[in-house]
Design a protein. Structure first.
Length: 168
């Protein structure tokens, strides 16, 4: 949940910065981007590792297992991908935003000065927030059931009176 809260904070600051560009409020823009950079530098790596490691620990330490159910496997791979994307791509986008405002320490900052940075700082946290909300939905609804394994298939065959590996 902390990772979800961080993305919500970053998205709120990004929207604040985007509205500051439209209003011509350069000080609010600078403050929002610098706060985003600070949050990213301090929290992205520890929260992403904490989320990933706690998920692995819960997967290994509970009856759900890490790869027994499709929804747990899906969450594992989504979290691993999100962790890599957050550490590398999101951090870079936040640093780009801070560099732009640091290049204009005083005076107005125009949309042309910001370029696509103003959209990246909204798009990336919005996509990440959507992904994390999807993983929460997976945890609540637990779709798709249990994965079939060779041991599980042999158990099912034994219950049906079939000999494993003895044809169809």
């Amino acid at each position: 949940m902390s990772w979800l809260a961080l993305m919500l904070c970053l998205l709120t600051l990004a929207v604040t910065a985007l509205t500051a560009v439209g209003a011509g409020d350069a000080d609010r823009l600078r403050t929002a981007y610098r706060a985003m950079g600070l949050l990213g530098d301090v929290l992205i790596l520890p929260l992403s590792l904490l989320t990933f490691l706690s998920g692995v620990a819960l997967g290994l330490g509970t009856s759900w297992g890490l790869f027994r159910y499709y929804w747990v496997s899906t969450k594992f791979w989504l979290t691993l991908g999100a962790m890599a994307a957050s550490v590398f791509a999101l951090s870079d986008r936040l640093h780009d935003a801070v560099r732009v405002v640091d290049a204009h320490p005083t005076g107005p900052i125009t949309a042309a000065d910001l370029g696509f940075v103003r959209y990246n700082t909204v798009i990336v946290p919005a996509v990440a927030l959507s992904l994390y909300l999807f993983t929460v939905v997976l945890s609540v609804y637990k779709p798709w059931g249990r994965r079939k394994t060779k041991a599980g298939a042999a158990d099912a065959d034994a219950r049906r009176g079939r000999i494993p590996g003895a044809g169809a």
